[in-house]
Each structure stands twice: as structure tokens, then as C-alpha cells.
Design a protein around this ligand. Structure first.
Ligand code: GDP
Ligand code: MN
Length: 371
């Protein structure tokens, strides 16, 4: 799970890494109040998960309360690279003389962790490694031994950073490594890590990708709904996000995979899939269908049930409920066979809801409707 900037900054701060003072807001009035509490000038930053917000106009410094309110109202509700801005970070502006780059990532090629550091921060690491590879320090860490003092010594030496900034960076690398291992991260990145004229370092941005299970075990509390995965996990279901158009709901992992394959082979693209497991109640079927139908990228929901312990009448009742609620706003293709099949079909027919019995026919219909 990818964290928003303010969530990432909070983890960094808890680990002892200096971050600017900030307040998260959802309205222009709150932005103005936050700006006055923090003290002008402040920087307003769109809280979206896509990178490159700066270039896309999602990071704005404002000098007055009036500007804070105006710029906040422009940013809130707008789209940054397709993602709607629902929250802003109002942060203290940190004057700095240099921008560094620091991250730790999983390096699958070498089965190790990789620390990346550079004195050319502010630009993204892809660009950095492509256009200025000489300016990017890469140090591998064996997961069995972990981060050692000699790792940080090599990094400081190659960066040519001396005290007091060097000492501070050493501490920040250790703290970042702690965050990274604590949450089993795929990525923990600070870009830019700003260097102030007095040698102090402050993390101005945070990109953190935590492992969902580690986050759960570690009790990571996020003050927001964290997407469909967590909604589904609250229902005790497994949800997987993909990038196509057809949302797939089945009962059982085997049928789910077979349905994905069939949709793919017919030229359709799954948007996500959700496994209802065995014995789903009408309530659960309804909630699962609701969750998928609310995903913006899902054009068609494809429910494929081969009932064993599950009962078709329960499934049908869930389908009826979502039909009533959506009123045709999203297309749902139903294939239903198995236990209590006759009763299930009777329920659907009595409401004029069409269904398929053959999986192939249903999949073809879903692909057709999605294209
Ligand atoms: P990104 O474009 O999504 O990576 O967003 P960042 O948070 O990294 O912001 C983009 C750029 O805005 C940074 O590289 C900084 O140069 C600048 N910036 C962000 N926050 C501050 C701040 O508090 N003070 C100053 N002076 N610049 C900032
Ligand atoms: Mn950044």
C-alpha cells in the first residue's frame, strides 16, 4: 500500500527524522486557518498518490492568507495526473541551500536492500539514474546483516558530505532503514531531503510503500479509508486491484483465476478481482458488488458463481439489492449455477434481471459490454 505524503511524513517523524510542521486540510477555510497557525509563507501540497506533483502544479508556495485560501480552492477537487485532490498538506516553507535524494528500495535482482543517495535531489530518481548516474550513490545491504556503520560511511564519503550535515544524514539513513524494515516496505523515499545553511536536514517529501500485512501487524493507523483492498479485508475478502475494465467477483480462488483467464483470452481486461469464498450471504454478495461497482475504472461487473456451500438464492438476493440501489448505473453480468439454482433464478426472473448459466456466454457478454 502506497502512503500519502502526510502519512509518510508522520512515519518519518515518529522515527526521529526532522520534517516541516504541517497540517492536513480539506477546505479553503481550513487551509487559511492552517496557514495562519503555521506562519507565512506556507507551501500547499496536493495529497495524491501519483508522483511528480511539483511539475503537475500540485505544489504551490503562497505568501498571504488570501492566497492560501484561493490556491487551496483551486487545488481541492482538481485532478493531478488523473487523481482527484481531496486533501492538502499545508506546510512550513523550509529555506534550504541544497536538495538531496535518499531512498531505500527492495532490489530483487540482488536479493538485497538498496540505499540510493544523491546530492542532486528534487528530480525523480528515474531521471537521476538515466541522466546523472554518476551522481547517484548505490549501496546494497544484505538483509541478514542489516544496515551497518560502514554502509553509512561509504555513502557519506561518496556524497562528499562532511559534518555537521554528514552526521545528521548518518542518523537519517538509520532512521529511514528502521521505518523500511518495520513496515516491510518496498520503498521508503525522501525527495527532496533539504539541506539548510546551518547543516540541518529536513525531509520535505515522503514516498513510502508499506507491505499491507506488515502494516496490519504493526498496527499502522491511517486516518483514511485506504482503498478497496482494505474495504474488502474488513469484509474478510481478498481484493486485488488491476488496471482493466471488468470487475470480477467469484466464489473460490480457482474459479476466480479461471474467470480471469477466460476474460483475458476473450480480449477483455480485468479491472480487479474479488473472491467471495464459500457460503456468502446476500449481505456479503451485495457489499462485494457495491465495492466493485464503486471503483471508477470498473465498467462492467462480472459475477460468476458456481455454488456449492454457497446458495444461489442468497446470491440472487444480493444481486437484487445492488440492482435496486444502482438502478442500472453500472452494468452487472451474472452467471449463476449450483446449490438452490432454481430458487436463485426465480428471484432474479421475478425482478427481470437476466443471467447466464454458461460461463463462456457470460464472459463474452461482459467483454462485449466493456468494449
Ligand atoms: P513531488 O513533485 O510529488 O515529488 O513533490 P515534492 O514534495 O517533492 O515537491 C516538489 C518540489 O517542491 C521539491 O523538489 C522542492 O523543490 C519544492 N518544495 C516542496 N516543499 C518545499 C518546502 O517546504 N520548501 C521549499 N523551499 N521548497 C519545497
Ligand atoms: Mn518529491
Amino acid at each position: 500500500m502506497k502512503l500519502l505524503e502526510h502519512e509518510g511524513l508522520r512515519l518519518l517523524s515518529e522515527a526521529g527524522i526532522p520534517v516541516p510542521s504541517f497540517i492536513v486540510v480539506k477546505s479553503p477555510e481550513e487551509a487559511e486557518r492552517a496557514a495562519s497557525r503555521i506562519g507565512l509563507p506556507v507551501v500547499l501540497k496536493a495529497q495524491v498518490l501519483v508522483g511528480g506533483r511539483g511539475k503537475a502544479g500540485g505544489v504551490k508556495v503562497v505568501e498571504s492568507l488570501e492566497a492560501a485560501r484561493r490556491v487551496a480552492s483551486e487545488l481541492l477537487g482538481s485532478r493531478i495526473r488523473g487523481e482527484i485532490v481531496e486533501e492538502l498538506l499545508v506546510a512550513e516553507v523550509v529555506e534550504h541551500v541544497e536538495e538531496l535524494y535518499l531512498s531505500i528500495i527492495v532490489d530483487r535482482a540482488s536479493n538485497s536492500h538498496l540505499v540510493l543517495a544523491s546530492r542532486m535531489g528534487g528530480i525523480d530518481v528515474e531521471e537521476l539514474s538515466k541522466n546523472h548516474p554518476e551522481a547517484l550513490v548505490r549501496v546494497s545491504i544484505d538483509p541478514l546483516t542489516g544496515l551497518r556503520d560502514w554502509h553509512t560511511r561509504i555513502i557519506l564519503k561518496r556524497l562528499g558530505l562532511s559534518s555537521p550535515a554528514g552526521d545528521r544524514l548518518r542518523g537519517i539513513i538509520k532512521s529511514l532503514y528502521n521505518v523500511y524494515t518495520h513496515y516491510n516496505c518496498d520503498l521508503a523515499e525522501i525527495n527532496p531531503l533539504s539541506l539548510k545553511s546551518d547543516g540541518e536536514l529536513v525531509a520535505l517529501d515522503a514516498k513510502v510503500i508499506v507491505d499491507d500485512n506488515a502494516a496490519r501487524v504493526r498496527g499502522l493507523k491511517l486516518g483514511r479509508e485506504v482503498g478497496a483492498e482494505s474495504e474488502a479485508s474488513k469484509l474478510g475478502l481478498n481484493y486485488v486491484e488491476l488496471d482493466g475494465e471488468i470487475g470480477i467477483v467469484c466464489n473460490g480462488a480457482g474459479l476466480t483465476m479461471a474467470t480471469m483467464d477466460l476474460v483475458n483470452s476473450l480480449g477483455g481486461r480485468p479491472a480487479c478481482f474479488l473472491d467471495l469464498g464459500g457460503g456468502a450471504t446476500a449481505e456479503l454478495v451485495y457489499k462485494a458488488l457495491k465495492l466493485l461497482s464503486e471503483r471508477p475504472h470498473v465498467k462492467v461487473v462480472f459475477l460468476n458463481v458456481l455454488a456449492g456451500i454457497t446458495r444461489c438464492d442468497e446470491v440472487a438476493a444480493g444481486v437484487v439489492r445492488i440492482y435496486d440501489e444502482l438502478g442500472g448505473a453500472k452494468k452487472i453480468v451474472v452467471r449463476l449455477v449450483g446449490t438452490n439454482e432454481d430458487e436463485g433464478r426465480r428471484i432474479l426472473e421475478s425482478r427481470g434481471i437476466s443471467y447466464f448459466t454458461r460461463m463462456l456466454d457470460a464472459a463474452q457478454e461482459a467483454v462485449k459490454l466493456a468494449s
